[in-house]
Design a protein around this ligand. Structure first.
Ligand SMILES: [Zn+2]
Length: 344
């Protein structure tokens, strides 16, 4: 695979021609746990639906990067005092083994081997689970167990189909460097790329200028091509004041305030989002030799914040290059033009 990967996360009814016009050739798609009662047994309905969606991306001319089943995922709900509390639910059936145990990791390896075979020719690249350096996705899995899950997943995928490109991603959480150190120093780790997610100026301090040194750093540390699995800048939302930021850093969810912990330049507007996109792609261009590709998060805006369920929370609704109804935002044009320059 020599071509530079340009992709995004999108709903299955996204405007594919508009995506292609922006240079997008890949979509990132989650796959749920595939089996109902045992490995190799009856396939679950959500898995069969996800397989149909992946096939339909292919039929519309896009490649698919699959995300192997998440161990679970979290969301925030208010407690009796109105404080937003994280609720994390395992996505695996009980028979898969106790969370993080040897039996569980074995099941994960077998599930990934199945996915590689069942989706052969449909999914060309894999991201193993998602952001296991943060509690929202890792839940009670500690980073050592999370690394074990990634290594077992990679082994399952690559043993079944050595032509697949596989790797993990991190969110820049406190455990990210532990994961990178553990994973890439492990012998026979089967990992083809070093994946990274980042939201400078939205979730994290900084701006577009952080991307080039981040990519250079990760290449130096891991000696693998870097894949940016998620990047973006939200076009909506106010910014926390000092007191709110202090509480957020102490562990209170940003959904409590419905505000951003970080900002960049003129704030979270469609115009600033466009300028952010333009500058990040310039940074990517400066790292082309170490960079395998990037997935913009995300194609379209969303109706509700998936973390707290509210349509009034700006935190997960305004990442899109296009609006909910697939109308281009200023960032769409900045992305399309930037990609044209990048691909030269
Ligand atoms: Zn929210």
């Amino acid at each position: 695979m020599n071509d530079f990967v340009i992709g995004t996360s999108a709903f299955s009814d996204a405007h594919v021609e508009l995506m292609k016009e922006a240079g997008i050739g890949w979509v990132r798609q989650d796959f749920p746990f595939p089996f109902v009662d045992r490995v190799g047994g009856e396939l679950s309905t959500p898995y069969r639906k996800a397989r149909e969606v992946a096939q339909s991306w292919g039929a519309r001319g896009l490649n698919v990067m699959g995300v192997t089943p998440l161990p679970g995922s979290g969301g925030y709900k208010p407690d009796d005092a109105g404080r937003m509390v994280l609720h994390w639910h395992s996505a695996f059936p009980d028979w898969a083994g106790a969370l993080g145990s040897d039996a569980y990791l074995r099941t994960y390896r077998e599930v990934c081997a199945f996915l590689a075979g069942d989706l052969h020719g449909v999914v060309q690249m894999w991201q193993i689970a998602n952001e296991l350096d943060i509690e929202l996705f890792a839940g009670p899995l500690n980073p050592r167990q999370g690394a074990g899950l990634i290594l077992h997943g990679a082994q399952g995928l690559k043993n079944a189909d050595p032509s697949l490109m596989v790797g993990p991603n991190t969110a820049g959480g406190g455990a990210a460097y532990y994961l990178y150190g553990h994973l890439y120093a492990s012998p026979n780790n089967h990992l083809d790329y070093c994946g990274v997610d980042g939201y400078y100026g939205s979730w994290a301090a900084g701006g577009p200028e952080n991307w080039a040194p981040r990519i250079a750093e990760l290449f130096t540390l891991t000696q693998k091509p870097v894949l940016v699995n998620e990047w973006g800048f939200a076009s909506k939302g106010e910014v926390m004041n000092e007191d709110e930021l202090r509480q957020n850093r102490a562990g209170l969810s940003a959904c409590q305030f419905r505000k951003w912990p970080a900002t960049w330049d003129g704030g979270h507007t469609p115009e600033v989002q466009a300028e952010f996109v333009r500058r990040v792609i310039e940074g990517f261009a400066s790292q082309r030799e170490h960079l395998m590709g990037m997935f913009f998060y995300r194609w379209e805006d969303q109706e509700r914040c998936w973390q707290c369920g509210s349509p009034d929370c700006p935190l997960e609704i305004a990442w899109g290059l296009v609006s909910v109804d697939n109308t281009p935002k200023p960032a769409y044009h900045a992305f399309r033009d930037g990609v044209r320059r990048l691909m030269g």
